[in-house]
Design a binder for this molecule. Structure first.
Ligand code: ATP
Ligand code: MG
Length: 216
């Protein structure tokens, strides 16, 4: 497993739809900034200009019916661009990089959800991304029923057309959740599971404690 390059720290938030990742990242960025850290907030898919076009292709509810393997390769293409252009340069500058999703989401959605062999995803990650893993992954864990209700309420407000995964059935989302939990159990030192079914302040407080612990 390759260490995160440079002198920065690479933190990733994972979890199903509506788990609270994006809100927690805004909180973490503010808290770390107040403590004097330089922070880059980014996301997958879509952490680069090129990736934003891929994000639209991948997440928009209207129009696209990707074969699972094509979906996987677009996710990986987004990641290669993101790591090369955003994540590694920021780590080299000594920053804390906080990404909203990373390879764990690919293992969970395209692996657990779509049924692609996780060994293939790990092999692509090893070959195409130099086996580049986060220093810490926080898995925000919530039953899909709860997360999807949160997420759909937000989508219904019509701000974004990103509902392609939200639209899939509950069994899909249960497999995604289980994959995240399995990954965290295997990664131990590098992953924390946070019960995201609680009040926002409790979830975000635990996330901050875990990050500060890792930053030393
Ligand atoms: N612990 C919580 N309790 C109640 N509501 C929450 C909680 N966490 C987040 N929410 C609400 O749920 C919605 C989704 O939160 P957020 O966008 O942070 O989740 P996300 O994991 O980024 O979702 P997505 O995967 O859809 O991007 C928001 O409207 C947010 O205010
Ligand atoms: Mg989000």
């Amino acid at each position: 497993m390759a260490e995160a390059g440079g002198k920065g720290h690479f933190i990733v938030l994972e979890g199903g739809e509506g788990a609270g990742k994006t809100g927690a990242i805004a909180f973490l960025a503010a808290e770390l900034g107040a403590r004097g850290h330089r922070v880059t907030v980014t996301r997958e898919p879509g952490g680069t200009p090129e990736g934003r076009a891929l994000r639209h292709l991948l997440l928009s509810e209207s129009g696209n019916d990707w074969a699972p393997m094509a979906e996987l390769l677009l996710m990986v293409a987004d990641r290669v661009q993101h790591v090369e252009r955003v994540v590694k340069p920021a780590l080299t500058r000594g920053e804390v990089v906080i990404s909203d999703r990373y390879v764990g989401s690919t293992i969970a959605y395209q692996g657990g959800g779509r049924g692609i062999d996780a060994a293939l995803i790990l092999d692509l990650h090893a070959r195409l991304l130099d086996d580049f893993w986060p220093d810490l992954t926080l898995v925000l864990d919530v039953p899909p029923e709860v997360g999807l209700a949160r997420s759909r309420a937000r989508l219904a407000q019509g701000a974004v057309d990103e509902g392609r995964f939200e639209g899939l059935d509950l069994d899909f989302h249960r497999r995604v959740r289980q994959s995240f939990l399995d990954q965290a159990a295997r990664a131990e030192r590098f992953a924390r599971v946070i019960d995201a079914g609680r009040a926002v302040e409790d979830v975000q407080g635990d996330a901050l404690a875990a990050v500060l612990d890792r930053l030393g």
